[in-house]
Design a protein around this ligand. Structure first.
Ligand code: NDP
Ligand SMILES: CCCCCC(=O)/C=C/[C@H]1[C@H](O)CC(=O)[C@@H]1CCCCCCC(=O)O
Length: 330
């Protein structure tokens, strides 16, 4: 309903029964007129691994699922946001929502028409920035070093490998299917293997880099990380980015324990959450967008059609059905 017409219908109702109004279907439109200024529709929604551990920890049945979207402004009473503008929002699994604009991030002004806007949820969004911060700030990667990354064909991992190449490193990746391994070779990984089919992870890691690894970008945790830590070079750095192999566990996995290899090789290991590095956001997005436009940073998206398929897309991503970033097109 246009905002102007809505005024005629809602104001008298609000006058007599404001409290009830807050809990009726018209609440959102009321807020649009009096408090907020924007009505948005989701165009692409993201499905991300963090949704599993965070929802397990913080949510109860009936809550709206957490998550981010690229959304289009369909009505505006805020001169700072024109109708038709695309933004990134963090409003959960919703097709429509209202906003006062404070919680929205505009896509960079230099975003070219030719580039899918869904990339703002992937290679040029939170996952790309995670790769950027993890490599440059946490691993402090230097040219000539050897970088290891797991879940390498996914949203974060595929960017990690390519940024490591841009930064002059040798890069080794692993993924859960032969077609993903072929993709990694195609986008420039020096070595790649299928962690599900190699006879021994220990052997595969040694074969890929007999001298070991300076940087390990860990997206997976669990058994893989426990083995990889024994392949780190002296003064190696480990960015603990994710632990997807553990997100579904109801009973925490036990050891092996990491102290001995950490001490022998004087390793550094640091966990991080990319949103805490927001002061690097602008510089990171700018760099990622530039590399994409120059063709140095390739991307692939696993696009699932229709909002109703959000759960299937989410579960599929956790099972490894995605190549690159998993998104849903509404
Ligand atoms: N710290 C931070 O700020 C952030 C952390 N992350 C973390 O980064 C990691 C990657 O995220 P993202 O790139 O978005 O997701 P991906 O696009 O990589 O999708 C998840 C992938 O994980 C792999 N996977 C699933 N289960 C297992 C398992 N048991 N063992 C090994 N691999 C598994 C699958 O690939 P395969 O076929 O290869 O098994 C799957 O495709 C996650 O752990 C996530 O939580 C992400 C963003 C920010
Ligand atoms: C043990 C859990 C590890 C999770 C690692 C991970 O994937 C983290 C992702 C965060 C990313 O850095 C930026 C985010 O927004 C992710 C966290 C999201 C928290 C959701 C909070 C709930 C909400 O949005 O209301």
């Amino acid at each position: 309903m246009p905002i102007g017409l809505f005024k005629l219908r809602v104001v008298p109702v609000a006058f007599f029964d404001l409290w009830n109004l807050c809990f009726t279907a018209v609440t959102q439109e009321f807020a649009l007129f009096f408090v907020a200024e924007l009505l948005l529709e989701s165009v692409f929604l993201s499905v991300d691994p963090y949704m599993r551990p965070y929802s397990k920890r913080d949510m109860k049945e009936g809550d709206v699922m957490i998550g981010t979207q690229v959304a289009r402004i369909v009505e505006s009473k805020n001169p700072a946001f024109a109708v038709g503008t695309f933004v990134v929002a963090n409003r959960g699994w919703r097709t429509h929502f209202i906003s006062d604009g404070k919680d929205l991030n505009l896509l960079p002004a230099s975003w070219p028409e030719s580039l899918p806007k869904s990339l703002a949820l992937g290679t040029v969004g939170m996952p790309g920035l995670t790769a950027y911060v993890g490599l440059f700030e946490i691993c402090k990667m230097k040219p000539g070093e050897t970088v290891l990354v797991n879940a390498a064909a996914g949203a974060v991992g595929s960017v990690v490998g390519q940024l490591a190449k841009i930064g002059g490193c040798k890069v080794v990746g692993c993924a859960g299917s032969d077609s993903k391994v072929a993709y990694l070779k195609n986008i420039g990984f020096d070595e790649a293997f299928n962690y599900k089919t190699v006879a021994s992870l220990d052997e595969a890691l040694r074969k890929a880099s007999p001298d070991g690894y300076d940087c390990f970008f860990d997206n997976v945790g669990g058994e893989f990380a426990s083995i990889a830590i024994n392949h780190m070079k002296k003064f190696g750095r480990i960015a603990v980015c994710g632990a997807i192999s553990q997100y579904n566990d109801s009973v925490p996995q036990k050891g092996p324990y990491i102290q001995i290899p950490m001490i022998f090789n004087e390793l550094s290991m640091k966990g991080f959450i990319v949103s805490s590095w927001h002061n690097h956001r602008e510089e990171g997005v700018k760099a990622l967008l530039k590399w994409v436009l120059e063709g140095k940073l390739k991307y692939h998206e696993q696009v699932t059609e229709r909002f109703e398929n959000m759960p299937a897309a989410f579960i599929g991503m956790l099972k490894g059905e995605n190549l690159g970033k998993a998104v849903v097109k509404v």
